[in-house]
Design a binder for this molecule. Structure first.
Ligand SMILES: [Zn+2]
Length: 92
């Protein structure tokens, strides 16, 4: 069954559309379980991105990367969302 709890990984890799990501962020603000998962998964996602930049790892095409142009620059990018979510859960 699809619940916000099991959309953490999809959110972190940027696989949710804007509406679903916004819904997840509302859930995240109040859910400690998902906040814990965000704290663990966001650094892993960033490490994989860095490894891809160094040529140590090839990210699958379906994972959006920072270097791909955003289709709608006015909307927050996947990274903007992740940064906000990480700040929310870490308080940094
Ligand atoms: Zn949750």
């Amino acid at each position: 069954m699809r619940t916000p709890h099991n959309e953490v990984a999809a959110y972190v890799i940027g696989a949710l559309d804007d509406d679903a990501a916004t819904e997840f962020e509302k859930h995240l603000a109040a859910c400690q379980k998902c906040q814990c998962e965000i704290r663990e998964l966001v650094p892993v996602r960033m490490a994989l991105e860095y490894a891809a930049e160094l040529g140590l790892f090839s990210a699958p095409d379906w994972i959006p990367t920072q270097r791909q142009p955003e289709p709608a620059p006015a909307k927050p990018s996947c990274y903007d969302r992740l940064r906000r979510a990480f700040l929310l859960v870490t308080g940094r």
